[in-house]
Design a protein around this ligand. Structure first.
Ligand SMILES: [Zn+2]
Length: 224
């Protein structure tokens, strides 16, 4: 926790250079941000960036292991633009199919993939929550953060350490729990993770949320 606050102070004090071109700017400047190779969607997951890109690899390392908030800003900007695009078509479809009141009145619920209590305490933050907080900062009209719906109740070994897909599924079985399910009933829910490899974590989380009857679940990963 202490380390995390030190990092937050450093974020504010240190002048920043773009990780890609080196000019003084945000950690990824606008020119480079839109030049980064985009990843196409995999396993029904909205995927933004390619993890094989060295700038993205470095950016995600800063996010995941250092909790550097300054890297969240440029990344969240791209996620936000993409979500607004995807949501407009989903909302039109959803309205056409139902008699329910338009969703423009209800905020879209953003749920970061949770870490176990132990992991989050050890790290001092949840990298996916940092991303969601920034999305809400960009657009509080449309989005609301909820960390009270999905909980990770088992401290499982990291998915990265498991190569076999069926082992990865087994590793997460019973790891997540649903709470306060009324929060997402009939709502559009966006589940966010930082990196997806085989989609196992996001799929498992979506499976746990489904009994609460959300109208739609959109799975999003920053990188694949
Ligand atoms: Zn740049």
């Amino acid at each position: 926790m202490f380390k995390y606050y030190i990092q937050k102070i450093l974020d504010i004090l240190l002048p920043q250079r773009c990780l890609s071109c080196g000019k003084f700017s945000e950690l990824i400047c606008d020119d480079c941000l839109y030049r980064l190779p985009k990843e196409s969607n995999v396993y029904g997951i909205t995927t933004l960036f390619s993890y094989s890109d060295p700038v993205i690899k470095r950016a995600l390392w800063l996010l995941k292991y250092k909790g550097v908030r300054a890297i969240v800003r440029p990344l969240a900007k791209v996620v936000h633009e993409r979500l607004i695009e995807d949501l407009s078509s989903i909302m039109q479809l959803s309205l056409a199919l139902s008699e329910a009141p338009p969703h423009s009145v209800a905020k879209i619920v953003l749920i970061p993939v949770p870490l176990s209590k132990e992991r989050e305490q050890e790290r001092g933050f949840n990298q996916s929550t940092l991303l969601v907080e920034e999305l809400v900062r960009i657009d509080c009209q449309s989005f609301k953060l909820h960390t009270d719906v999905l909980k990770k109740i088992k401290n499982t070994p990291s998915q990265v350490s498991i190569k076999n897909k069926s082992e990865r599924i087994k590793n997460l079985r019973g790891a997540f729990a649903l709470e306060n399910k009324e929060v997402i009933k009939d709502k559009i829910v966006i589940l966010l993770d930082d990196i997806t490899t085989t989609g196992t974590t996001l799929n498992e989380c979506a499976k746990v949320l489904r009994p609460a009857k959300p109208r739609h679940i959109i799975k999003v990963a920053l990188a694949h």
